[in-house]
Design a protein around this ligand. Structure first.
Ligand code: CA
Length: 232
């Protein structure tokens, strides 16, 4: 199956460059320079990934991201001229799965796209769903589905990756650096704080009280761990 990537970038030169690079990787590419058209396209073609420029002339990239997220948990790779870490974190809070600052190298873009797509399609593990904390949390790798207290939660690929990584060995502490590598499969510019943003979003979805997390626990100065034990 070929993955479809929606490329949203108003600068034609960059748009064509990105399209060419991704097509060479065997991906199907649909591109547009308009945020409004991007929202419309996302609803019709159901892309596997959206490469989104934050600075669009008609609709702000942030709004496009929100709309795309409202439709589906489609992974988003943001392109931006903004460089501060605060901007990165804001983008990640908006649900971006990864960030690329302009100017970026073609190779870097291809690696990021491949990593995000890989995360979205983690290979199914054998053995059926794994249950934790007396059934409070059930992770079904085959269906790519997490159930918390009986309800299915919609997670982004990055949130899913963090949860699955922590559930690998419940109680074991995973450092931010380790989580970045496990989730992304490569070093992510050392921005370890970006993991915190994803954990914050993840907690909003899985914790009864995100201010007093019982599932994704913080271990001060060390990282995160799953606060539940595995059942059975
Ligand atoms: Ca732009």
């Amino acid at each position: 199956m070929t993955a479809t990537v929606l490329v949203v970038e108003d600068e034609k030169k960059i748009r064509d460059l990105v399209r060419g690079m991704l097509e060479r990787e065997g991906l199907t590419v649909v591109s547009t320079g308009s945020g409004a058209e991007a929202i419309d396209l996302a609803g019709r073609i159901h892309p596997d990934l959206v490469v989104l420029d934050l600075g669009l002339p008609d609709v702000p990239g942030e709004e496009v991201a929100r709309e795309v997220r409202r439709l589906a948990e489609t992974p988003i790779l943001m392109l931006t001229a903004k460089v501060t870490e605060a901007d990165r974190i804001r983008g990640l809070e908006l649900g971006a799965d990864d960030y690329l600052t302009k100017p970026f190298s073609p190779r870097e873009l291809v690696l990021r796209v491949q990593a995000v797509l890989r995360r979205g399609r983690a290979p199914a593990a054998a053995g059926g769903p794994a249950s934790f904390g007396g059934g409070q949390l059930v992770i079904d790798d085959e269906r790519h589905q997490a159930t918390v207290r009986g309800a299915v939660v919609e997670l982004t690929p990055t949130e899913w990756g963090i949860l699955v990584a922590l559930a690998g060995v419940p109680g074991r502490v995973y450092s931010r650096f380790e989580l970045i590598n496990r989730v992304r499969g490569y070093e992510f510019e050392g921005y370890e704080r970006t993991i915190d943003s994803h954990v914050k979003n993840l907690r909003r979805k899985v914790e009864r009280d995100p201010a007093a997390p019982a599932i994704v626990e913080t271990v001060l100065g060390a990282g995160y761990r799953l606060g539940l034990t595995r059942d059975g």
